[in-house]
Design a protein around this ligand. Structure first.
Ligand code: SAH
Length: 344
């Protein structure tokens, strides 16, 4: 089936024309698509076009399988059904400035980070740009009158830079003012540090916030918990970040999950501060969501505060990332796995 949501206006016009329709129908169709309207309800389009489209194309590339609202905060965990039977997940978070959607870029992930549940079953496949855009459309439909998705974080399951072209297409489409209208300044992309793609991304001239999952202050520790560290040294990752900052003028965010007995000592905080000295960056210190399958534990509140204090003393901008949706398995990949295992 053809996926329509990711088509540019020119592509959509060509698609409609090939069906013998007038090109102006393309913008009518697009307005329906970004609102997630089924073909049969696109009443201003000719019936012949609607039935032709229904034979060949999908108005939306996925649908919500289930929604799990948190009882603690406004967070909602969403599970989506893909047409091929796969499941992916997302998280909708309510902040004072509006709604943020955490979008998945792949079914599973092949990066193998020890602490991450998304990677436990490997990568099944990459998502198309339409499948990523459909997550935003579905979340908007779920919100209805309550609001719309104004911010996107590409921090769901998958490694965005392992699906580079589709992610770029997603970014160019999600920003469209005649469409989903999520400005790229409101988008964060998180990578485990694929250096060539980070360098390539710096040249795309897209004002996205780049987040880098660092999680270690040196190569030795990073190699223990992130297989990608065997391919790229931390020095290369940092160099690519400096290039990104230079080319875009934007600061880079480093993610650092504290894992008991591995990377959370004061010594590690000192090493981290040396690594990031004089860099336009911010560190998100994340209390680990423990993954029992891997026997990794998080740290106490006291340890989190001590780690942050050391960074502050060394003039590294750092905050503790707020945990949201703790009761709904907000962490990557956890809900999908439990649903597949029949536990929910
Ligand atoms: N593949 C990308 C984006 C997906 S993960 C990346 O690696 O950045 C989004 C963030 O959640 C990453 O920083 C990831 O390292 C972190 N993360 C994964 N599992 C976690 C866990 N159990 N506890 C805390 N953070 C986790």
């Amino acid at each position: 089936m053809d996926e329509l949501l990711e088509k540019s206006m020119d592509e959509l016009k060509a698609y409609i024309s090939a069906m013998g329709e007038k090109p102006f129908r393309a913008s009518q169709l697009y307005q329906y698509l970004v609102k997630g309207v089924p073909f049969e309800e696109m009443t201003t389009l000719p019936l012949s076009l609607r039935s032709e489209l229904a034979k060949k194309a999908l108005p939306l590339s996925l649908k919500i399988h289930a929604a799990y609202p948190s009882k603690i905060d406004g967070t909602v965990k969403l599970l989506y059904d893909l047409p091929d039977g796969n499941l992916i997940e997302g998280v909708l978070m309510r902040y004072h400035y509006g709604y943020t959607l955490c979008v998945s870029t792949q079914v599973g992930c092949k990066m193998g980070c020890l602490f991450c549940a998304s990677t436990l079953g490997g990568c099944v496949r990459s998502l198309s740009a339409s499948e990523m855009l459909s997550q935003v459309v579905c979340a908007n439909r779920y919100l209805g009158d309550k609001g719309r998705v104004g911010h996107v974080v590409l921090m769901g399951s998958g490694e965005p830079f392992d699906n580079y072209n589709n992610v770029i297409r997603f970014l160019n489409e999600v920003r469209r003012e005649d469409g989903l209208s999520v400005g790229l300044r409101n988008v964060s992309l998180s990578t485990c540090g694929l250096v060539p793609e980070m360098i390539r991304f710096a040249d795309e001239n897209l004002p996205v916030t780049l987040s880098v999952s660092l999680h270690a202050p040196n190569d030795e520790i990073r190699r223990q918990i992130m297989p990608i560290a065997k391919t790229y040294a931390i020095s290369q990752v940092i160099e690519a970040c400096r290039l990104y900052i230079k080319k875009t003028g934007r600061r880079v965010i480093f993610e650092y999950a504290l894992i008991d007995g591995i990377n959370a000592d004061t010594l590690h905080a000192y090493q981290l501060s040396n690594l990031l000295r004089n860099m336009q960056c911010h560190v998100n210190v994340i209390p680990l969501n423990s993954v029992p399958e891997r026997g990794l534990r998080g740290v106490s509140e006291k340890q989190v505060s001590a780690f942050l204090k050391t960074l502050e003393e060394k003039h590294i901008s750092a905050t503790r990332r707020r945990e949201m949706g703790d009761d709904i398995e907000g962490a990557c990949g956890q809900l999908r796995r439990h649903t597949m295992e029949g536990n929910t």
